[in-house]
Write a protein that binds this ligand. Structure first.
Ligand code: DMJ
Length: 462
């Protein structure tokens, strides 16, 4: 049976579940597909997926150079690449591959592994992937498995502060980790909100909101800034660095996207209040554009001109929030890093361009920003930048058996992993960048931090 795939809007597809709102006034013509570039991305998705399916089916991730698979845990696999890639396969029109992936989720995915897993990663990849597939398939067992998984993640939130522990054992419910970072604490309201509203079980959304409230209570009373990590038992700040990259990033994203998915003005107000001190204390203009560095959360002093691949999600999120001016300026800065290094490394000094961590992990964030900036400005230059990124990915990261990370962008030395987010996010954002405007319209879908689309219309009337 051909499964349903509906990441479009009702005006474009008769069976869709949501309505399109009118196009913004400045939008004078529809966004049309860049046919050649979109087809090239589809071909690369088919290639990378095919290698995973041939060499590592059911395993968490593929190691292309050694042609093997590996799992997060010795206890077994969560089929990470399958759950993460299923909606990308649908969007790429790879119908047989998509159906096989969803059949595996329905029949084979075991969310009760006796394994200690990252609560954050399991939420954004596995729960997010299950919910996104449920949104288009309406297969009850996908929601049952999501609910089962949500139940197994919840014990992590049973702390004195309500901030979750970093890991939990999916079979025993034993949670561990005293210290947790801001992203690991505050990146749940999309998946847990959707789960609560689809099942009528408030526990998930309540837990996600309690964790966000705990972070809100810890913004510095003078500067308004958060640090990077906290003790989930005592609430003490353990890493006094305010920054927007790895370790904090998706919490900011979820304040904005939570307000959009759940139609929640209070979350929007919290995004506004949280991002304002970031602009005030962390931003710095250079000839390349606008950067956000590292600051002391207590004094607000900018202490380190440091950025990296992960932080480059923010241009797109700023644009989605309506701040096109800063979104474009920060996007240009991130693009300057891509131009300089070919692909953006994990950590560099944006004033001197010295590199602190030269690895490129097949990360999606810069492509994510190109996508939002193109959709929201219609400036063709963002597609041109995306095509350049795609060319570099193919030239430097494509191997006989899939795509690999780079251990150093300066030498081009290759690693041996195709992380599940490569198909979930990097290739999906490139595909969406080149797709027409009716594919995942931003007034109907909110993408979680792993790029799994969730439908806004289903959650606005709890
Ligand atoms: C992804 O798992 C998510 O985008 C997360 O928010 C950050 N890290 C990776 C990709 O770089």
């Amino acid at each position: 049976m051909m499964r349903r795939r509906m990441f479009q809007c009702s005006a474009c597809l008769g069976s869709m579940i949501v309505a399109c709102t009118p196009a913004p006034p400045e939008a004078t013509s529809p966004i049309t597909e860049d046919v050649a570039a979109a087809q090239q991305v589809r071909d690369e998705i088919a290639f990378a997926w095919g290698e995973y399916a041939d060499l590592a089916w059911g395993r968490d991730e593929l190691h292309p150079r050694t042609a093997t698979g590996s799992d997060w845990s010795d206890a077994g696999a969560l089929g990470l690449t399958i759950v993460d890639a299923a909606d990308t396969l649908a969007l790429a029109g790879l119908d047989e591959e998509h159906d096989r992936a969803v059949d595996w989720l329905v029949s084979d995915l075991d969310v009760g592994l006796n394994a200690n897993v990252s609560v954050f990663e399991t939420n954004i990849r596995v729960l997010g992937g299950l919910l996104s597939s449920y949104a288009t398939e309406h297969e009850p067992i996908l929601l049952d498995k999501a609910l089962d998984l949500g139940d197994r993640l919840l014990p992590a939130f049973d702390t004195p502060t309500g901030m979750p522990r970093a890991t939990v054992n999916l079979a025993t419910g034993v949670a561990a980790g005293t210290e947790s970072n801001v992203a690991q604490i505050g990146t749940f309201v999309l998946e847990f909100g959707a789960l609560s509203r689809w099942t009528g079980d408030r526990r998930f959304e309540d837990a996600a909101r309690t964790a966000l409230d705990a972070l809100e209570a810890r913004r510095d009373p003078v500067t308004g800034l958060l640090g990077s990590a906290y003790d989930v038992d005592t609430g003490e700040l353990t890493l006094p660095l305010a920054q927007t990259g790895g370790g904090t990033d998706s919490m900011f994203e979820y304040l904005l996207k939570g307000s959009l998915l759940l139609d929640d003005p209070a979350l929007r107000a919290r995004w506004d209040a949280t991002i304002a001190p970031i602009h005030e204390h962390l931003s710095e203009s250079t000839p390349d554009g606008l950067w956000y560095g590292y600051a002391d959360p207590t004094t607000g002093d900018l202490t380190l001109p440091l950025s990296g691949a992960l932080a480059c999600f923010l241009p797109g999120t700023l644009a989605l929030a309506g701040d096109l001016e800063r979104g474009v300026a920060h996007g240009l800065a991130c693009d300057a890093a891509r131009e300089r290094f070919g692909l953006p490394p994990d950590a560099f000094d944006y004033r001197s361009w010295s590199v602190f961590a030269g690895n490129y992990e097949l990360r999606p964030e810069i492509a994510e920003s190109y996508f939002y900036l193109y959709r929201l400005t219609r400036d063709e230059a963002w597609r041109v930048r995306g095509r350049a990124m795609l060319d570099t990915l193919i030239a430097r990261c494509r191997t006989e058996h899939g795509y690999v990370t780079l251990t150093d962008v300066r030498t081009g030395a290759q690693g041996d992993l195709m992380p599940s987010f490569f198909l979930a996010e990097t290739m999906k954002y490139l595909l969406l960048l080149f797709s027409d405007g009716d594919t995942v319209p931003l007034d109907a879908w909110v993408l979680n931090t792993e790029a799994h689309p969730l439908p806004t219309a289903e959650f606005t009337n709890p």
